[in-house]
Design a protein around this ligand. Structure first.
Ligand code: IDP
Ligand code: MG
Length: 155
């Protein structure tokens, strides 16, 4: 087990629907630590960098239109196995197929307009953190709650 970081985006629908507070609360309630955060407008260039694996796919033009349609909030969270933990919290890509209790299952009905991005591997997390943040903007700090979030042999 290892302490990992994951790159999260609260997508334009989360901002427009005023759900960011609730989504950040879910991350905090889980025990994940916020180590970087900023609001920004994704440009077409940034979208292509972020979604490089999807640029050639038929749905990419719609994805580009959606992700550049308004501000997003980029977040880095840290925690034990944070990458898979966040993916589990988000649920399936399609909100209609995502289980109740997951973020996409509880808040969404769409395959595209699905509230949150979370890195799908450690390599993706490293790459995506580099797209949105300078290394010095990703902070490292102790929290008095750390020892209550998980045991020392789990880090
Ligand atoms: P993920 O966000 O669950 O990892 P991916 O398959 O990596 O899903 O797709 C990236 C994003 O592209 C999705 O979150 C969604 O916003 C959008 N997307 C995925 N598949 C489709 C599709 O078939 N049509 C339209 N948009 C899609
Ligand atoms: Mg993906």
């Amino acid at each position: 087990m290892a302490l990992e970081k994951s790159l999260i985006l609260l997508k334009p629908d989360a901002v427009q629907r005023r759900l960011c507070g609730q989504l950040i609360t879910r991350l905090e309630d889980k025990g994940l630590k916020l180590v970087a955060m900023k609001m920004l407008q994704v440009t077409k260039e940034l979208a292509a960098q972020h979604y490089e694996e999807h640029v050639e796919k038929p749905f990419y033009p719609l994805l580009e239109e959606f992700i550049t349609s308004g501000p997003v909030i980029a977040i880095v969270v840290e925690g034990p196995e944070a990458v898979s933990v966040v993916r589990g919290m988000m649920g399936q890509t399609n909100g209609r197929e995502s289980a109740p209790g997951t973020i996409r299952g509880d808040f969404g009905l769409s395959r595209q307009v699905n509230l949150m991005h979370g890195s799908d591997s450690l390599e993706a997390a490293e790459r995506e953190m580099g797209i949105y943040f300078k290394p010095e903007d990703i902070l490292s700090y102790k929290s008095s709650l750390d020892e209550w979030v998980c045991a020392s042999d789990e880090l």
